[in-house]
Design a protein around this ligand. Structure first.
Ligand code: SF4
Length: 213
């Protein structure tokens, strides 16, 4: 990680380490924390214990505006990748994601990625992929299960079985318009990784296993 952290200050933001951060760095990527809202209640989500990640406090007091996010980004050219990913579902704030990506694309040649629960089409009631096409280089979708029952047990989606179907549909649609689509799973005990991998590939996505931490 490029950022050298001292005990009390976030070097990227200059803020006290306990203050909420909008942007935080992991290796050569800058992560944007634009909301704490999400529809799922995943059993493995660290945010229900604490909103800390790499020493950053991701618990927002208020959701940041476009101007506040861009100020937190600063000069994006020093990063290889900008990632929409905090402790929340960025695509709940779709308009903001699109506006930020449009702004970045004007002077940033690195990659723009969204990490998502894949339920945005249910949340917004329409296919939102076309709104991201040409702006987003990669979408990493939390698949997390090979079937609706397992997904329900692990992610507690309020959409029931429809939630898992929507995640699969979202990925299928995304592969038509987004250059890189990744299906990720958190490696929880008993999860059938082979079945998850097979499903991911059948949807046209690559597959990534994230270790539970
Ligand atoms: S969707 Fe993401 S932020 Fe929301 S509960 Fe699950 S892991 Fe946590």
């Amino acid at each position: 990680m490029k950022m050298t952290r001292c005990r009390h200050k976030n070097k990227l933001t200059g803020k006290d380490a306990e203050e909420p951060v909008i942007a935080y760095q992991i290796r050569n990527a800058l992560y944007l924390n634009i909301t704490n809202r999400c529809s799922n209640i995943c059993v493995f989500c660290p945010k229900f214990g604490q909103y800390k990640l790499y020493g950053n406090n991701l618990l927002l007091e208020v959701e940041p505006s476009f101007e506040e996010v861009m100020a937190a980004v600063g000069d994006p050219t020093e990063f290889e990748e900008i990632v929409f990913c905090g402790f929340g579902e960025s695509l709940i704030r779709l308009d903001l994601v699109v506006r930020i990506a449009q702004e970045l694309k004007q002077h940033y040649n690195g990659s723009i990625r969204i990490n998502t629960d894949g339920q945005a089409n249910l949340v917004h009631g329409r296919n939102i992929i076309p709104e991201l096409a040409g702006l987003v280089d990669c979408i990493s979708v939390s698949l997390n299960a090979p079937d609706a029952d397992t997904y329900m047990r692990l992610c507690n989606t309020p959409f029931g079985a429809e939630g898992f179907r929507a995640v699969c549909d979202f990925m299928r649609l995304a592969t038509k318009q987004i250059p890189d689509v990744i299906a990720s799973v958190v490696n929880v005990s008993g999860l059938d990784l082979d079945a998850c991998r097979e499903l991911a590939h059948s949807l046209g996505a690559s597959f990534r296993v994230r270790e539970l931490s």
